[in-house]
Design a protein around this ligand. Sequence first.
Ligand code: NAD
Length: 484
Amino acid sequence: MQEPAKPMLIDGRQTSTSNDPLVSVNPARGTINHAISAAGPDEVDLAVQTSARAAARPDWRDLQPHQRAAVLHRISELMQRDAEVLAHLQMIENGKVRSECVAQVRSAAATFRYYAAVCETLGSEVTPARGNYLSMVVHEPYGVVAALTPWNSPMTMEAQKVAPALAAGNAVILKPSELTSSPALELGRIALEAGLPPGVLNVLTGTGATTGAALVSHPGVRMVSFTGGTASGRRIAAIAAQKLMPVALELGGKSPHIVFDDADIEAAVEAVAGGIFEGSGQSCVAGSRLFVQREVRDRVVELLVAKARGIRVDLPDAPGARMGPIASFAHRDHIAGIVDAARAAGARILAGGAAPADPRLAQGAFYLPTIIDGIDNEAAIAQQEIFGPVLCVLPFDDEDDVIAQANDSVYGLAAGIWTRDYKRAWKVARALEAGTVWINTYKQLSISTPFGGFKESGFGREKGVTGMRLYQQTKGVYFGLDQP
Ligand code: NAD
């Protein structure tokens, strides 16, 4: 590799290190994209110091909300201007199909626009007094917020954290996944161009174990917002407990997608397939456990198998590609290992269960849309998060049976229900232990609706108006009115 490692962004400056760089590999072709500088403890310390100074700078701290909103608007516009570049970088780093990458840039830009509006319009409150005083609530930034993001949807996750944390008046240190550093570095560049003072958004690239852990542990970091796996979330929560630092955790899932016998079967099958195979199943809300009522099981499975076999798995920039590769070779092998173990334990593989035979895809980390049958909800493959295009088919008898099975999981991120009976839909939606429930739709997401997990899928809610409050601490202020 000839090119020098891409620098990280600290205090508005491109910063390189002598540490071993990260090497980005294109998962569709197996070729090397570029190298990326990796932050060690010294760079982490420098980033936190400069962020703390930036958080206190009058040209950031004293901005009125409408002025902060103007900067967020400008970031949104510049992201749209640079959408092709951003989408391309995500595509070569995590292998998602081009159309999905473009949609994710647009969504990220819209998130900045949304939080510009929230920032400009969200007021403080005057509370009911119990005497001759005026009491009010004001909301203040933490100071330095660390945002750690995964590789599956880097830009949407980064916008979801950075936009509200900036709107709230913080300085942010963004630590993207080691697989998808480039979109975050571009966001840092765009923010500077948009007029954000240097140091208000630092971007630290590097591994979770070294860079991420040093960042979360740093005493100057006052709040952490993390999206990633449950095991990493547990480690971060342990550090946060020692520091007594607030932390928001968006973690893994094993979401139930429920099809009752009275559902619109064609529509349900379409949504079940999209819910697990879009993005090669690398979605925290992937509907990976299909609960199908026994009466319609055979028909649903037959339609789903046909759909899975018909999905065009191809290079992510090939016209008409529906599914690209898995984001890394290591993760593809991890998925294959889980499916092979289930097969060895007696599961039936109704579709997929292997890499595609197409020789054009042989150099990439591809894996076919896979449907697994002949297991129950206690099977390892039905309990562990796979984060790949693997659907488990699990029959059920009635409402109580499916509620019990669906809730029999350590996770509680999302769930889907297909039925024409609105009373049943309501009853089941309320009984499911999940932060988001979709009825006769799936993976419908809006920046204006709070999102987060129950149980080991995490805590704290991002998005929505309260998504800005996540990055603020509340202060009560009393004015005595007795004095002349
Ligand atoms: P991951 O936990 O390995 O890494 C996420 C981020 O945290 C990365 O930036 C990584 O470098 C960093 N990190 C890892 N270990 C760390 C540590 N000990 N200290 C500090 N930082 C650390 O997750 P991933 O493999 O990048 O992403 C896949 C996971 O993310 C899946 O489990 C998926 O369900 C989850 N996810 C959840 C949501 C959600 O909103 N709930 C959304 C997307 C992905």
